[in-house]
Design a protein around this ligand. Structure first.
Ligand SMILES: Cc1cc2nc3c(=O)[nH]c(=O)nc-3n(C[C@H](O)[C@H](O)[C@H](O)COP(=O)(O)OP(=O)(O)OC[C@H]3O[C@@H](n4cnc5c(N)ncnc54)[C@H](O)[C@@H]3O)c2cc1C
Length: 355
């Protein structure tokens, strides 16, 4: 496809990434009267939620994809363009705006929100099914494992910490290094030695699931013996242990390439550095959700998206005109208000359902 054949669209706000954080930034920007597009390739962490937890008003029989689809319909009802595309680059234009390049279209915007999240690094198979014994979100899923035998896979500090946190929920916690050399600190080693966590080094060679697809037990390459704590009954086979589920802790691969290309400051762990309103170190570029520091939870992502959307509105809209602007710009005349472009005004009025 030649450059000329690529469709070019202009907006005030373009959001990259259509997860909960990006769609909320898009929702606020749209409903605060800005022409807005949310450009996302689909998938992501929210789409992996088998059942949504911790989200007030959304019950557990809702899947991540159902939740995202409701969000998309909501955005479109207000006139936001929700576009399926992969964004390969974002750069600043000569006039201080941003060019967002997708495979099918190019978008020019006054402000850009990066909401591209991260990917969980996955351990090697064999593995239980995601959401049916293999989990990536402690605050979402620990509740399911109260008083159940659990594992944590990994060999770093974060895996050891999550194993210790699971002791708040159950007395049967194994830390499975799967033969990898531990990289945790001496302090972590001491912590592990002083908590009833069984560190198992043998690799996992098989997974036993029940008829409902939920994990029942893991098979190990060597005889790992009976679990020293908890209530597990002896199966007679030392290379099998029963588990209800567990967590894989192999790190996060942050989708921060667009941010680094733009020159945004990035923290040592790969998150994009932001202030309290999602502003990055580059004017006009915002970052929200799992891409930024903080708890990786849908409600947190929603809050960050909302704050960025409001901050963008303050940045892009004129009123109230500050005292130092009155002098050069003059008093605000009635013909100048309302400060919303005509097309968006019509769109908003059309959406009203007062009758
Ligand atoms: C298995 C699992 C279960 C979870 N369960 C829960 C739960 O029950 N409750 C809860 O509160 N939290 C849960 N979480 C955490 C929650 O999913 C995340 O905190 C939340 O989705 C973060 O939202 P986000 O918009 O920042 O990122 P994401 O949801 O990951 O969305 C980012 C989007 O950006 C897209 N993207 C990335 N790069 C590009 C690009 N270059 N161009 C276009 N698009 C791009 C991605 O494809 C993705 O669609 C769970 C996470 C996992 C992995």
């Amino acid at each position: 496809m030649s450059d000329d054949s690529i469709e070019r669209r202009t907006y005030e706000v373009v959001v990259v990434g259509g997860g909960p954080a990006g769609m909320t930034a898009g929702l606020y920007a749209t409903r605060l009267g800005h022409s807005t597009a949310v450009v996302g390739r689909g998938g992501g962490r929210a789409a992996m939620m088998r059942d949504v937890h911790n989200l007030l008003g959304v019950t557990e029989d809702t899947s991540g994809n159902e939740y995202l689809e409701t969000g998309r319909e909501q955005l479109e009802s207000y006139g936001c363009d929700v576009v399926r595309d992969f964004v390969s680059s974002v750069d600043e234009t000569d006039d201080g705006r941003f060019r967002v390049c997708g495979a099918d279209a190019e978008f020019v915007a006054d402000a850009v929100v990066l909401a591209t999240g991260f990917d969980d690094a996955r351990p090697e198979p064999p593995l239980p099914r995601t959401g049916r014994g293999l989990h990536y979100c402690l605050h979402c899923d620990a509740y399911m494992f109260v008083d159940e035998p659990v594992y944590v896979m990994g060999h770093g500090d974060s895996a050891a910490t999550v194993a210790a946190i699971m002791l708040n929920f159950t007395d049967e916690v194994d830390l499975l290094t799967r033969g990898a050399e531990p990289t945790w600190s001496d302090e972590t080693e001491t912590m592990l030695a002083n908590h009833p966590i069984d560190v198992v080094h043998a690799d996992v060679t098989g997974v036993r699931n029940g008829d409902d697809g939920w994990l029942e037990a893991l098979e190990f390459a060597d005889d790992v013996g009976p679990r020293p704590t908890g209530s597990q009954t002896e199966s007679g086979d030392g290379s099998v242990r029963e588990y209800k589920g567990g967590f894989a802790m192999y790190g996060s691969e942050y989708n921060n390439g667009l941010a680094t290309d733009l020159g945004c400051a990035v923290n040592d762990d790969g998150t994009v550095a932001v202030d309290d309103h999602g502003r990055t170190s580059v004017d006009g570029v915002y970052a929200v959700g799992d891409l930024t520091p903080g708890h990786n939870q849908v409600p947190v992502a929603l809050g960050e998206g909302a704050k960025a959307g409001i901050a963008i509105h303050w940045e892009l809209r004129e009123f109230p005109r500050e005292a130092d602007e009155i002098e050069p710009a003059g008093l605000v005349r009635s013909e100048e208000v309302p400060g919303i472009p005509d097309a968006l005004l019509e769109q908003a009025v059309e959406h009203h359902t007062y009758d």
